[in-house]
Write a protein of this length. Sequence first.
Length: 122
Amino acid sequence: MNQPYDLVRARPEPEFEISVDGAPVRVIPGQTIGAALHGAGIRSWRTTRIGARPRGLFCGIGVCFDCLVTVNGSPSLRACLTEARPGDRVSTGARAGQDGPGGRPGDGGGHGTDGGKTVNGR
């Protein structure tokens, strides 16, 4: 079966791996961490503190805070906006039974902002 980039005759750079909670996940260059997780069949990776509701990609454009992850030690990054880089170490908090690296307003977790500015750096 053809891969999507085969259909448009794209020639992307070679795939690479990132580590998500210690497990390898393949990434096509240019993908966000959220896209790589979705492509690997991972649809949710954290839960809310109240009600333990699953969270993962929701809006996909950085408006909500459902897809927060920790990348290379930098907490509360939105997976849908953070481009994956070779060797990235992504932690969701799911393996430790935690709520993940943050939460949404009302869930008792942080909401990924600092003084009104979005935190996107690593």
